[in-house]
Design a protein around this ligand. Structure first.
Ligand SMILES: [Zn+2]
Length: 422
């Protein structure tokens, strides 16, 4: 590279981001996707190749066409930890520099039983045991249910947490930056970067499992809201006169009718299963019984599906998305619950809002929040100029030098108070 050329942060940021989102790109495709001119893209590519952050290989195309050079991130250039705190299992993953999961660990979460934050520390330790990879870990990303208070403490009913200073806890144990993002946000960003919302500017992601929420991509940006909690549709009073009691204390919420534990509850009540015998019933069992013609299971799914469809019809009318992606436990119910949801959407939505709308099942599967959390860590590292440069070198000394000088973003600021979990 010519001496004196200054490589702009923005060039590096754009090249790293596009190669994380789309692999195997030629020089021309990188320029086209990023809008960088040929010289800027070339300088950035050379800078990253020289430091081992990128790899280049020749790809043979079909007969009669010449070979082309394609670029990729070097999968071993760095690692990220993803933590998913939603659902009936707490999940941990170590992902490589291209976002593939290298190792994972998970632990069951008892519904309505408080989670000990030390379980999160243990999980991160478990997936970072390999010393070679551990030395190259760059950051931790956490996808959480619930909301953060103004001091960054987590309030999550399903985890039994009331103002839990999780970031502070993790920063006392681990040397890496910690970034938090709500589960709905993680999912819609993961779909936008890697899944069905790629190239879309307006998309919705419905999570329906332990809780219910909506991730929103609006005009190309994930919606953040005032307290990072937009899309809390689980507490829409979808059947205001229904007696179903919600975790929030109200009745008639969408979540009280259509979340997976409540689907199981209603089925058990209809069948007269005593409370102490319900623990072994999972939502997939209710799906399976409905497939086998069980009338009680079918009735519960009909009620849940219609409630989900009605809620989505309101969201579609409000936000006019190009694509609605169904995730969580709906992934395992494409044949039995999803048709009810779709039928309700069609009945309840103005035809003009349905024009051109695609409704699909998430192809990212149950790993979506783990991948979303790891991509959060990657995204946040790109945003900070010093951390960005630390991602562009494999030299551990250079890496830690830049990381130490880096200012901490708000979400990592030292948080006051004892660990309070109830
Ligand atoms: Zn509620």
């Amino acid at each position: 590279m010519k001496a004196g050329i200054k490589i702009a942060d923005q060039w590096l940021r754009q090249v790293l981001e596009i190669l994380y989102r789309k692999r195997d790109l030629s020089r021309g495709e990188i320029g086209e996707s990023t809008g960088l001119n040929a010289a800027s893209a070339s300088y950035a590519l050379r800078y990253l190749l020289d430091r081992g952050t990128l790899v280049k290989r020749a790809e043979t195309q079909s007969a009669g066409r010449r070979r082309r050079e394609v670029f990729n991130l070097n999968s071993e250039a760095g690692y990220f930890i993803g933590v998913d705190l939603e659902g009936d299992r707490i999940r941990f993953a170590l992902t490589n520099f291209v976002g593939d999961i290298c190792c994972r660990w998970e632990v069951p979460l008892e519904f309505r039983q408080p989670l000990d934050p030390r379980v999160v520390v243990d999980g991160i330790r478990k997936v970072s045991l390999d010393p070679i990879r551990r030395d190259r870990i760059l950051a931790i990303g956490v996808s959480y249910p619930g909301l953060l208070d103004v001091e960054g403490r987590l309030i999550a009913v399903n985890l039994g947490w009331n103002r839990c200073p999780l970031v502070q806890e993790l920063r006392t144990v681990f040397p890496w930056p910690v970034f938090l993002e709500s589960d709905k946000h993680s999912c819609i960003v993961a779909e936008n970067w890697l899944g069905a919302a790629q190239g879309r500017r307006n998309a919705l992601f419905l999570i329906a499992e332990g809780g219910i929420g909506l991730g929103v991509l609006l005009d190309g940006r994930p919606l953040s809201g005032l307290h990072a909690v937009p899309g809390e549709i689980g507490h829409w009073k979808i059947l205001p006169d229904a007696p179903d009691l919600c975790n929030c204390g109200a009745t008639g919420c969408l979540e009280a009718i259509a979340s997976s534990p409540n689907v199981v509850r209603q089925y058990a009540e209809l069948c007269g299963v005593p409370k102490e015998e319900r623990a072994g019933i999972r939502v997939v069992d209710v799906f399976e019984r409905a497939r086998q013609g069980d009338a009680a299971a079918a009735a519960v799914l009909q009620r849940a599906g219609r409630a989900l469809g009605l809620a989505l019809s309101h969201a579609i009318a409000l936000l006019n998305p190009e694509v609605v992606i169904l995730g969580g436990d709906l992934i395992g119910a494409e044949d039995i619950l999803v048709p009810i949801v779709l039928s309700e959407i069609r009945q309840r939505t103005l035809p003009v809002s349905l024009e051109g709308l695609k409704i699909v099942i998430s192809s990212l599967g149950l790993d979506i929040r783990l991948k979303g959390a790891a991509s959060l860590a990657f995204r946040k590292m790109l945003e900070d100029p010093l951390r960005l440069r630390s991602m562009c070198t494999l030299d551990p000394a250079e890496r830690s030098a830049t990381a130490l000088q880096s200012p901490r973003p708000d979400s990592e600021a030292a948080l006051p108070g004892e660990l309070v979990c109830s």
